[in-house]
Write a protein that binds this ligand. Structure first.
Ligand SMILES: [Zn+2]
Length: 75
């Protein structure tokens, strides 16, 4: 299981998918900790943001497919 680490343990920022194409990365919107946007890291970001509104934003960024792959029952 991949864990995306913030620069400080107490950071409560959300992971955002930023950039385009090969330069895509996942970045915290508070501490600016940054990771490559690999499928593993993107899923980890979804998990960490799950309770937050960023889940919806990430989904809008094109992660809808990953969501459906998880087999979530939906609403
Ligand atoms: Zn952070």
């Amino acid at each position: 299981m991949v864990v995306l680490e913030h620069r400080t343990e107490e950071c409560t920022g959300n992971w955002r998918l930023v950039g385009t194409g090969d330069e895509r990365c996942i970045r915290c919107d508070r501490c600016d900790s940054q990771f490559a946007a690999t499928p593993e890291n993107r899923l980890a970001a979804i998990d960490e943001n799950y309770a937050g509104i960023y889940l919806r934003r990430l989904t809008a960024e094109g992660l809808a497919q990953l969501e459906s792959d998880r087999g979530d029952p939906g609403d």
